[in-house]
Unconditional design. Structure first.
Length: 491
């Protein structure tokens, strides 16, 4: 892999390849089932889980309704605390801002906390193009970076790698990035963790610039919050002289009391823990404690456009717990790379097409990367109705319609390749509006059922590649009803 999502194929093609990898499917099945079983036990410990879920959704909805107010509040609070706030309309602007901020320090290396936002905008590649090397410090992100790979899971980016593969990557690549892996390194998890710890220690002690994202931003004080399990985030957030945080504008919560809800739901939904091992908070700068220069880059990159969609905006409630990935039968079999985005799984299938639009074949295919089973909605700690948004986006792809792009209302044309689907839907609507025609069609289908093929030709071939056409009964329900019920009997 090239380390970038650019040019990746549409989901059906990518998934057709990844599902043939028996080793990958086995690894994903074991990992996702283990995580979701542990999560279910952790959630079951709370009698008020349903109420916490409703509270989280309500807080996020209120924040999104008044996002302009809270963004201004954050800017004022961060500035008052000695920080600097920058506004980035898109990925290019965010990358330019961060690159220039690093250049101003005179440094050519940075250490990074695991960050979905920086993955989304391709920050590492932008820094590399400017001669600045970014070192990932999360263990899974380190594995991905050393392997010139891409993350495939929100919580466990290297979920697609087994221990033997990780050992081989460390042996082969560590020497090119810093401290060499031990010559006798085994695939024992403790040995791998120790090799990573020694490799990263010199980076932490040497780096003058740190880059992070944030899980939450508390508007009333301008406080940023990062939750993580390894302690690497704490090192990146405290040791460097300059800290740059790139945060999506949807990550705000109004008050510390609101934050309390998410610090209960996020750990249980993601790592199945009652509390997160490391919860780091910082507000601006403090003399002789932590970084002496702090920059907050507030990232839009399609979020305002998403906010304008009354159905799709609920995707912005996401707190990146990854619970939806771990219960999704499609993700379990296809893996995260098939989604062609920093956001894989069910949440990626609705978030990515809204942030990037549906103009490309890849993005137009993502709303179809689901069986609509609803398991993702059941486990979401902020009650995002992912199936509802999937259907909404499928309608947009097939029929086009009004959307907001860069703040302007535009009308999208229907995507190519869906003419047959639109024709079928129009025919179905015509028939369902005319009971006599519907009944005649059902009787004709029943009389000719022995002649029906098991595979559809043309555009329908993809559907019947993996399933048979349902058998047509000898008699329709409507005809059976009229035959077996006396005239006027409605019971």
């Amino acid at each position: 892999m090239s380390g970038t999502y650019l040019g990746m194929p549409a989901f059906p093609k990518a998934a057709a390849e990844s599902t043939q990898d028996a080793s990958l499917r086995g690894t994903l099945r074991h990992a996702t089932h283990t995580i979701r079983d542990k999560r279910a036990k952790a959630v079951a410990e709370l009698d008020d889980w349903a109420q916490l879920r409703d509270a989280g959704a309500a807080i996020k909805n209120r924040t999104l309704r008044h996002l302009d107010h809270y963004l201004e509040q954050v800017e004022a609070a961060v500035t008052a605390a000695g920080g600097h706030v920058h506004w980035a309309a898109d990925a290019d602007e965010a990358n330019h801002i961060v690159t220039e901020l690093v250049r101003m320090t005179g440094e050519s290396e940075v250490v990074k906390v695991k960050s979905m936002a920086t993955q989304e905008i391709g920050l590492n590649q932008a820094l590399e193009g400017a001669g600045i090397r970014a070192y990932e410090t999360d263990l899974a992100e380190l594995i991905v970076q050393l392997g010139n790979d891409l993350p495939s899971h929100i919580l466990v980016p290297a979920i697609h790698r087994n221990r033997t593969e990780i050992r081989d990557i460390f042996r082969r690549e560590m020497k090119h990035w810093g401290r060499t892996a031990p010559a006798d390194l085994t695939d024992d998890p403790r040995a791998l963790a120790e090799a990573a710890r020694l490799h990263l220690r010199e980076k932490f002690l040497r780096a003058k610039v740190g880059i992070s994202g944030a899980n939450f931003v508390v508007a009333e004080t301008g406080t940023l919050v990062v939750v993580e399990s390894e302690g690497n985030g704490r090192m990146c957030l405290t040791l460097p002289e300059t800290l740059i945080s790139v945060v999506g504008i949807e990550k705000l919560v109004p008050t510390w009391q609101d934050l309390e809800v998410f610090l209960q739901t996020l750990p249980r939904s993601s790592t199945a823990e009652r509390m997160n091992p490391y919860t780091s908070t910082w507000t601006g700068t403090t003399d002789d404690d932590g970084p002496q220069t702090f920059h907050l880059v507030l990232l839009d990159n399609g979020r305002t456009d998403t906010l304008a969609d009354e159905v799709g905006r609920q995707a912005l409630r996401c707190i990146r717990c990854s619970a939806c990935l771990n219960v999704c039968p499609v993700y379990e079999r296809a893996g995260g790379h098939a989604y062609g985005s920093a956001y894989p799984g069910p949440i990626g299938a609705i978030l990515t097409p809204q942030l990037r639009g549906t103009a490309t074949e890849l993005d137009a295919s993502l709303p179809y990367a689901s069986s609509l089973c609803g398991a993702c909605y059941e486990v979401c700690p902020v009650a995002i109705d992912i199936p509802e948004v999937l259907v909404h986006l499928r309608e947009r792809v097939v029929q086009g319609g009004a959307v907001t792009i860069r703040g302007e209302r535009r009308t999208l044309k229907p995507a190519k390749g869906h003419a047959a689907e639109r024709a079928a839907m129009r025919a179905a609507r015509w028939a369902l509006d005319r009971p006599a025609a519907l009944g005649a069609g059902q009787r004709l289908a029943a009389r000719t059922r022995r002649l029906h093929p098991k595979r559809l030709p043309g555009p329908g071939r993809a559907w019947t590649d993996t399933r048979d056409i349902p058998a047509v009964p000898a008699e329709s329900f409507r005809d059976w009803w009229h035959r077996t019920r006396p005239e006027g009997d409605t019971k």
